[in-house]
Write a protein that binds this ligand. Structure first.
Ligand SMILES: Nc1ncnc2c1ncn2[C@@H]1O[C@H](COP(=O)(O)OP(=O)(O)OP(=O)(O)O)[C@@H](O)[C@H]1O
Length: 269
């Protein structure tokens, strides 16, 4: 299991010898097995932060540590689920999961791999359509395959970038329940970093919500979500504390929108 430490990280994208800052001075520790959501207005750097955690980009300043070891690239202990399913279109649902497992360990027994793939396809309710290709599956089904693959690959850390935003409301609720089931009932509890725009989704899923600001390009607020688990969305929605928390989060997002953004650049070295 891994804890994650972001030590005062800043990051900017380079454009014509200048660096346009996207993230500034983010300092954050995430405990092993914690479910943390990151919310914030569009463009505040949520996806960029996730790409730094995934090791796809590197901080311009500061460090990211996994169990006190600096991140220097991608790694098998971190699985990623994106908004747009990221399945291989030329492989069946089952083959997508099998392929993921084969990439993790090329020497692993094929029968074991197939058993794990079938187990997870069953868990996400796709056993009957496991032979179908992504284009033959609905968006919700494709995202189930992506989640099944991520859990089958059994990384300790799961980085999820708006994984349910492309599916309709009913499927979104079903996928949220599925994710919570897999997270709660797995052999080991994964550390999840989950990017979302949806305040209700963040409250339902998270132990802690990190609110980012497009204005400061940093963390604006960290909020613990203390509701006991398992959580029931219809009971939660009638709870006064839930209503207050939701209102506070919406207000934080709204304040950021009306405060505008600073413009600043760094010299590229
Ligand atoms: N590859 C890139 N090159 C240059 N700028 C980029 C790149 N990717 C993102 N940006 C810029 O960085 C900023 C943060 O983008 P990012 O996608 O991380 O925000 P976000 O909070 O995830 O937004 P959204 O909620 O809309 O997905 C934006 O201003 C965006 O235009």
């Amino acid at each position: 299991m891994y804890k994650i430490d972001l030590e005062n990280i800043s990051f900017g994208y380079e454009e014509e010898n200048l660096i346009i800052p996207v993230i500034k001075d983010v300092h954050l520790s995430i405990k092993e097995g914690e479910f943390v959501s990151i919310i914030g207005p569009s463009g505040c750097g949520k996806s960029t932060l996730l790409s730094l955690l995934a090791g796809l980009n590197f901080p311009s300043y500061g460090k990211i540590l996994l169990d006190n070891k600096e991140v220097t690239g991608t790694g098998n202990e971190r699985g990623v689920v994106f908004q747009h399913y990221s399945l291989f279109p030329w492989m069946s649902a089952r083959k997508n999961i099998i392929f993921g497992l084969q990439q993790l360990d090329k020497n692993r027994n094929q029968k074991d791999i197939e058993k794990i793939a079938d187990e997870y396809l069953d868990l996400v309710g796709l056993k009957e359509v496991s032979h179908k290709y992504p284009s033959q599956l609905s968006g919700g089904m494709q995202q189930r395959v992506a989640i099944a693959r991520a859990f089958a690959m059994d990384s300790d850390i799961l980085l999820m970038d708006e994984p349910f935003s492309a599916v309709d409301a009913k499927n979104r609720m079903a996928l949220q329940e599925l994710l919570l089931d897999l997270w709660n009932n797995g052999k080991k509890k994964k550390t999840v970093v989950f990017v979302t725009h949806d305040v209700d989704e963040a409250v339902l899923l998270s132990d802690r919500i990190i609110v980012m600001s497009a204005n400061s390009k940093s963390i604006k607020e960290e909020i613990n979500v203390d509701f006991s688990r398992p959580r029931n969305r219809s009971i939660l929605s009638k709870n006064n504390t839930y209503t207050e928390l939701r209102h506070m989060l919406v207000q934080l997002l709204f304040d950021d929108l009306i405060n505008g953004t600073e413009s600043e650049v760094w010299e590229a070295s």
